[in-house]
Design a protein around this ligand. Structure first.
Ligand code: N2P
Length: 353
């Protein structure tokens, strides 16, 4: 009898210990980002140094990220919107302000990126990576690189790879490239230009394998696709597995973007969450960490202190760190204000065609 009582007491004590969690409760930070956009070893390294576990969740486009937050998703601490989306989120008061005095490694950032037009003075966000949106291709199919958007947007040329071309599942990126090919601004708000771009995209839709943003580089590796509209680093990572895969910034020009580490308003309400946020941001901004991260993702880093640790092959790669002549052909997507509705309507038409 005594034994039974003892066992019951023991069970009750252990249950209550588990329920309370005690002082050992796992600290968790929620990071909402693009696919394959961080060296996964950095999660373990950060947890070892700080005891904070980072839980990663993936979105496929700025619009998906925005829709999720607007629909009321809570729990995300650090998110990674691009330039124009930062501007939209700031305008809609969706981002926390950063206390720069809590970020020791801010000085590592290249001054080119520390006063961006979409968030002057980095009041809300820190630059994470930047890159371009061009064409991925396979050298087995070409003697000369396909240096024009015509290889995707001209239906006669696209027919050569019918069913083997992918485009990003990303409204602004798809319109951006089409508008550049047509000679318009990548962030046009002119309805007739946007209609023309829509017709162009619908005109080649039958030749597309899919609109795909998360695994398109894998489709190139398996050979299911031979060409893709894609982001520089993703395609270079695929090149690491198959040297015939390559990336080009077309002659007509291309979109460039800066993705940023931003903090949700939701996190800002909780000082404990903000403690973790500042540790995470400062960790990612450390020179050795930023270098390791670039060496894994193959995107250009806005962290100049990291350069010493970045693989020289990456630093000297003109499609990653473009020369002045190429740079002059790059455009930001930019905010489009109310024209977002036109984009969404035309994008739906494209998707449902
Ligand atoms: C990485 C995606 C790059 C983000 N897979 C483009 N803004």
């Amino acid at each position: 009898m005594k034994k039974t009582i003892l066992i019951i007491i023991l069970i009750l004590v252990s249950v209550s210990l588990v329920a309370c969690g005690g002082a050992d409760e796992q600290k968790v930070l929620h990071f909402y980002t693009w696919s394959e956009y961080i060296d996964p070893d950095l999660f373990a390294q950060f947890e070892e140094e700080t005891g904070i576990q980072v839980v990663e969740d993936i979105f496929g486009s700025n619009e998906d990220l925005y829709a999720k937050l607007v629909a009321g998703a809570t729990g995300y601490d650090v998110i990674v919107p691009s330039d124009y989306m930062v501007a939209m989120m700031v305008e809609e008061d969706m981002l926390a302000e950063l206390d720069h005095s809590r970020l020791e490694n801010l000085g590592n950032l290249d001054p080119t990126f520390t006063n961006p037009p979409f968030d002057p003075g980095m009041v809300h966000c820190l630059p994470y990576f930047w890159g371009t949106t061009g064409i991925g291709f396979n050298w087995n199919d070409w003697d000369e690189a396909p240096g024009s958007w015509a290889y995707i947007f001209d239906p006669v040329l696209a027919a050569d790879f019918s069913g083997q071309i992918s485009m990003l599942d990303d409204m602004r990126e798809v319109f951006g490239s089409a508008l550049i090919y047509l000679g318009y601004s990548a962030g046009s708000t002119d309805e007739s230009e946007l209609e023309e771009a829509k017709d162009l995209i619908i005109g080649i839709k039958d030749h597309l394998y899919s609109f795909e943003s998360d695994t398109y580089e894998d489709l190139m590796l398996t050979g299911e696709t031979r060409m893709s509209q894609g982001w520089s680093g993703d395609i270079f990572v695929a090149q690491g597995e198959d040297e015939n895969i390559d990336y080009i910034i077309p002659q007509e020009g291309a979109v460039m973007w800066v993705d940023n580490l931003c903090v949700t308003k939701d996190a800002a309400e909780d000082p404990d969450r903000m403690d973790m946020v500042y540790q995470w941001l400062d960790f990612l901004n450390r020179a050795d960490v930023a270098a390791q991260n670039t060496n894994w993702v193959w995107y250009a880093s806005p962290n100049s202190a990291a350069e010493a640790g970045i693989d020289p092959e990456i630093l000297n790669y003109p499609a990653i760190y473009p020369d002045d002549e190429t740079f002059a052909r790059l455009q930001y997507l930019g905010t489009v204000g109310d024209a977002t509705e036109i984009y969404s309507r035309l994008w739906t038409e494209i998707k449902s065609e």
